[in-house]
Design a protein around this ligand. Sequence first.
Ligand code: HSE
Length: 431
Amino acid sequence: MTPKQVKIAVLGCGTVGSQVVRLLSERGEDYAQRCGADLDLIGVAVRSLEAPRPQGVPRELLTSDAEDLIDAADIVVELIGGIEPARTFVLRALRRGVTVVTGNKALLASCGPELFDAAQHANADLYFEAAVAGAVPVVYALRESLAGDHVTDVLGIVNGTTNYILDEMTRSGRSYEEALARAQELGYAEADPSADVDGYDAAAKCAILASLAFHTRVGIDDVDVTGMSDITAADIEQARAGGCVIKLLAHAHRVRVGEREAVSVRVAPTLVERDNPLASITGAFNAVVVDAEAAGRLMFYGQGAGGVQTASAVLSDVVAAATHVAHGGAAPREQTYESLEILPAAQARSAFEVRLILADRTGVLAEIAQVFASHDLSVAALTQTAREETGCSALTLTTHETTLGALEGALADLRELACVKRVERVLSREG
Ligand code: HSE
């Protein structure tokens, strides 16, 4: 019997696309066995036919006509990144009923509803394992492995660049600027690092994970984002003295508000206590901790970026998709039946650590305590850490779990006190 042929089109031939093309050629026989079909790479759409390409990318497969390529394919692998033209190409494929595999977190987190609606309408499959945490199979885990469970929390380091920078600052005492320069030398950080250091890459991933975990459409604009570029060597040292490290965490929680459930999503630099497994994630690695009612706690760890690592995730989707194209079956459909309310940032719950610089005189502690009490904020720990400047002392307070809104109310009152020189740092704290 003639083996079935599944026609694959790759859009984009950068760091990830070139590795996907290479592996499709080198591992083609394995994939054929796994899918029960030959994977036929029919073309690679690129913007420039003349640009240099890595070894392993056959020039005869390159084309600048993405639309013709899409129209001839059974599976379109979108690795262009960004919104346009990726959005137009993905929609074109889905509307024709063609399976799409994408690693494009920005596209999914910004235009997810449009893409999923198009897929649903045309009965097309949409796969996106590579969009979150590179090689780490956390999309599959939430979409399929935990389909029988009830996920309550997802907490993770989903940006390797910022984890590298914070880890470098922690290990070497370097400043943010020095650690960023090192991350750029090593190729982790872009020349313009803002998408990583301002938290938007992590926010897109947070939105995708929350959508899957809570069966609710969550977009990037729903995520409250605080970046990490103003974290100083002094903050890192202060964290260390308090038994913590600072990590940029994506927080996605199912929370109870009165009788109903809602979703809280945010990205923020967070103090992580040393015995929390996320504290030990060093370098550019990613890790995601998922809590589910029946399974309990699960942790997923690995390389969240890199061409060949991300290609591994893309090809896992290609193998699944090709098996369905050849033999029937479908990817899980978008499931947003819970449609939970997404809470405003002020209602996000956490313990917080607040560092105040105070006039060093009798009675200031009583004034501070009075403000916390008047906002019904319970203080878990309090340390007068050091004399920072003449006539001043530094006071670090850790709250019990509260809302960001309640804390901000107290901070506004604290800033009115004559004894408060400044509120130097406010960070969430994870036990
Ligand atoms: N720039 C990202 C990171 C990888 O550093 O993790 C792509 O999302």
